[in-house]
Write a protein that binds this ligand. Structure first.
Ligand code: 4AD
Ligand code: MG
Length: 477
């Protein structure tokens, strides 16, 4: 007999004579009521066991975490909170679970404990919900771009270009680390390495993406990205997923419009399609907030916050305006910021970004036209000669969620910039070719997928929105 997903059973419009459900036992009450979950929904289906006609041996094996199959009748439930339940006629244990040793006991666990059990935490309500929302969001990403005619491009994970990632790349090599071949100068002889040169894991697909945008017009990437920066924060992962659209003929303002429209679309898609999970996560967040000091609490419940982002335009301010606001701000004057803003040119730290979003504007903010000196070499130099057409989108509780720019399409200006910074022209010969053959205005951005999932799920630590987080000192599973 084919089994039916719990979600479909709960959504049934009629009672059903014989159904089969398979899943994992969340709880077993009074030797009679199994709360069964199969991951298709946050909701369990109640399975009422005919304990008088079920062998004692079988009943004993219905423990939290066990995999079971039930066959029975789908009937209207007299219990509160559910429309249907299964009156079980046949109960089969598919896989036993040692009740005492099973780490996911039906009680509250700390997020730290759950992280140490990332292979089992997905069996909890919260992590099931988070991972379903993550999946729906990633579908929404593809749906948005595909509907707009963007081409999905898979840029390489192993890259020979390290221009973007100075100092924070993971090296990829097949050389024996305990016996490295040396060249005549006594340096490591990368000619003997697998690719005949030094290679790394990518920190961004942008540069390759740009070459495709200059042929296909509108492209996007969505793939794993690696950064060896030693930032042990709740916003950084060493392995994360990034979405990078790149569009020919778009200038900085088109780029901001695209990013805003895109974010609103995917958030709305999650709101429309993850109702039960988001409602649960909203409750979880409320509980968590109760244990926090008043000042750190979010002012809005999760769904209200998501709807706020959908209904309000993001506030756009230039870097120069942002610096003026920050200079005049109370935490700056009272030296409450760790990094005091005293002059134009200072890089914005996450404390400043969060002040702008959470205290000053109280809505998502796009900061644009940053000083050239604090941004990447490929960003387009503005007429003023000191700022570039960069834009960062800052979100409440998150800080930077998007980083992007209009690209420097002028060959001479780009080459000059690379010289000043010390980037080898030869290493990026292929990138420079896009500026030699049919160069045109183009723009793009990168959105950190986990930061988006953080925002939508209301979680506060990025380690809790990716299945198996990689962070400094930690690569279990
Ligand atoms: O601002 P970033 O470094 O921009 C780029 O890599 C550009 N090449 C993007 C482009 O224009 N195509 O990174 C983009 C976004 C950040 O805004 C942030 O959301 C996320 O990627 N991000 C991280 N997310 C998790 N862990 C990390 N270590 C991250 N570093 C960046
Ligand atoms: Mg950035």
């Amino acid at each position: 007999m084919k089994h039916t997903k719990v979600k479909d059973l709960l959504n049934s419009t009629t009672t059903l004579q014989e159904v089969n459900a398979k899943g994992w036992v969340r709880t077993f009450r009074n030797n009679q009521f199994i709360a069964l979950n199969d991951g298709s929904t946050i909701n369990n289906i109640q399975c009422v066991v005919d304990f008088e006609n079920t062998p004692e041996e079988t009943l004993k094996r219905v423990t939290t975490g066990a995999a079971v199959s039930v066959i029975g009748t789908l009937v209207e439930s007299k219990g509160a909170g559910q429309k249907f339940e299964i009156q079980v006629t046949k109960l089969e244990i598919l896989g036993d679970s040692d009740a005492e040793k099973f780490p996911m006991q039906p009680k509250k666990h700390s997020l730290e404990f759950l992280r140490e059990n990332a292979h089992l935490r997905v069996r909890t309500n919260a992590f099931g919900a988070i991972m379903r929302v993550r999946s729906v969001l990633s579908f929404a990403v593809h749906k948005y771009f595909q509907e707009k005619g963007f081409v999905y491009v898979n840029t390489p994970v192993i890259t020979g270009a390290d221009a973007e990632g100075a100092g924070e790349m993971f090296q990829v090599t097949s050389l024996p680390l305990d016996n490295l071949p040396k060249n005549e100068e006594g340096n490591i002889d990368y000619k003997k390495d697998f690719f005949g040169k030094a290679t790394n894991l990518t920190v961004s697909g942008q540069l390759e993406g740009e070459t495709f945008a200059m042929a296909l017009g509108q492209i996007y990437t969505f793939g794993p990205t690696f950064r060896a920066e030693n930032s042990n924060t709740s916003r950084h992962l060493a392995e994360f997923w990034m979405i990078e659209p790149e569009v020919a003929f778009n200038d900085l303002h088109d780029n901001m419009d695209l990013a805003e429209d895109f974010i609103q679309y995917v958030v709305k898609y999650a709101v429309d399609n993850c109702g039960d999970d988001l409602k649960f996560l909203e409750g979880r967040l409320l509980e968590e907030e109760k244990s926090k000091p008043q000042a750190d609490r979010s002012e809005m419940p999760l769904l209200e916050k998501l709807n706020f982002v959908l209904e309000n335009n993001f506030k756009r301010v230039s870097y120069t305006e942002a610096i003026d606001i920050l200079k005049d701000s109370t935490p700056n004057k009272k030296k409450k910021f760790q990094f005091i803003i005293d002059e134009w040119g200072a890089d914005l730290q996450s404390e400043h970004e969060r002040f702008l979003v959470e205290k000053h504007f109280k809505c998502p903010v796009i900061v644009y036209d940053y000083p050239a000196s604090i941004k990447s070499f490929y960003m387009r130099l503005n007429e003023d000669g000191k700022t570039v057409g960069a834009m960062d989108i800052l979100f409440p509780g998150i800080g930077e969620i998007v980083g992007g720019s209009q690209r420097e399409e002028r060959y001479d200006v780009l080459i000059e910039k690379m010289k000043v910074i010390g980037i080898d022209e030869e290493e990026l010969w292929w990138y420079l070719d896009t500026r030699r053959f049919g160069s045109a205005v183009h723009s793009g951005f990168g959105l950190g997928f986990e930061r988006l999932v953080l925002f939508v799920t209301g979680m506060t630590n990025i380690r809790d929105v990716i299945p198996f987080p990689r962070t400094p000192g930690s690569a279990e599973f």
